[in-house]
Design a protein around this ligand. Structure first.
Ligand code: SF4
Length: 316
């Protein structure tokens, strides 16, 4: 009954024709060089739409995305080609993101072909081996097909492919989903090491808050297509202010965690449909602090202190 169009809008097939729904609305943030900004929130909150829009895989219907101060939506063909080299993406599912008909050598070298960066075949194989070495895989993996790789190895191949064009910025869309905890740690350590070595900047999409705490230095919390709180990682884990952030993060706090133990809080109710979002603050039907104003007026994202913004009437 529903589908997402190329522009990222969710449509409902209704008797009177499609109804437009904003999958992401009024989202604004800035990523500095070598930052890792994690975007967190429940499924369907708009994280992946943000990730895809930032890379211009989805064209926003309003607003703009600036890269080095210039709007990527106005890039000409040549500028877009350079941007596509600078900005890469690591896709969610390590296996399905690799072409099953290609061996690893072909998968990792594909971006070099597409971007016309092949000098000769011998150099190409050297470059593939170099990239595999960077992600901790030996030369022999270059001859394997994706089905011959473990989940962790497939993820490493995906990272090697993303590094092929020596990008500056990588969008990591749930890069550890589906991996065992030990493999997950290895991948996180690898991503940190690569970031330090190559001064990489990450936009990190995840719903794993432990992972977010380890990898990121800034966190944006999304709810129903909007950012409700954004600040540095320490603050979000220790001094978050938005009721949704508070409830979301308390749900993962365990008695053995080393940050202040607080009672686990179950968020009541379901995420409302984006087709018919509640008026006022979209979190109000589930918020235990909700008051009259929340039901009528939408809160703006405003600073509670330097570098810490939230969208809640309790703080505006
Ligand atoms: Fe809760 Fe009101 Fe704040 Fe929304 S604006 S999070 S309903 S207190």
């Amino acid at each position: 009954k529903y589908f997402v169009n190329n522009d990222g809008l969710l449509y409902k097939l209704a008797n009177k024709g499609p109804i437009k729904v904003k999958a992401v609305d009024d989202v604004s943030f800035k990523i500095e060089k070598e930052d890792t900004l994690a975007v967190v929130g429940e499924s369907g909150c708009g994280k992946t739409t943000v990730a895809r829009s930032v890379l211009r895989l989805i064209e926003p219907t309003a607003g703009e995305i600036l890269y080095r101060g210039r709007s990527i939506n106005n890039f000409d063909k040549q500028e877009l080609k350079v941007f596509r080299e600078d900005a890469q993406m690591i896709l969610q599912d390590p296996r399905s993101s690799l072409n099953p008909r290609f061996i690893v050598e072909e998968i990792v070298s594909e971006p070099l072909y597409i971007h016309d960066q092949i000098k000769d075949d011998l150099n190409l194989l050297d470059r593939v081996w170099e990239l595999l070495d960077l992600v901790g895989l030996s030369k022999r993996y270059s001859e394997l097909f994706p089905h011959e790789l473990s989940g962790g190895q497939a993820r490493r191949v995906g990272i090697a492919r993303a590094l092929a064009l020596q990008p500056e910025f990588i969008v990591c869309d749930e890069p550890t989903s589906g991996l065992d905890i030990s493999i997950m740690s290895a991948v996180l350590n690898l991503m940190k090491k690569l970031q330090q070595e190559y001064q990489l900047t990450y936009l990190w999409i995840s719903h794993n808050l432990h992972e977010v705490r380890y990898i990121s230095n800034k966190v944006a919390v999304m709810y129903l297509g909007k950012i409700v709180e954004i600040t540095d990682t320490d603050t979000i884990f220790n001094n978050s202010v938005h009721p949704y952030t508070e409830a979301l993060f308390s749900s993962l706090r365990g008695i053995n965690d080393d940050w202040n133990y607080k009672e686990r809080e179950i968020i009541q109710g379901e995420v409302p449909s984006p087709i018919n979002p509640p008026p006022g603050c979209s979190f109000h039907p589930r918020c235990k602090y909700s008051f009259d104003k929340c039901k009528k007026i939408e809160p703006e994202l405003k600073a509670v202190e330097a570098g810490h913004l939230t969208a809640c009437h309790l703080y505006n």
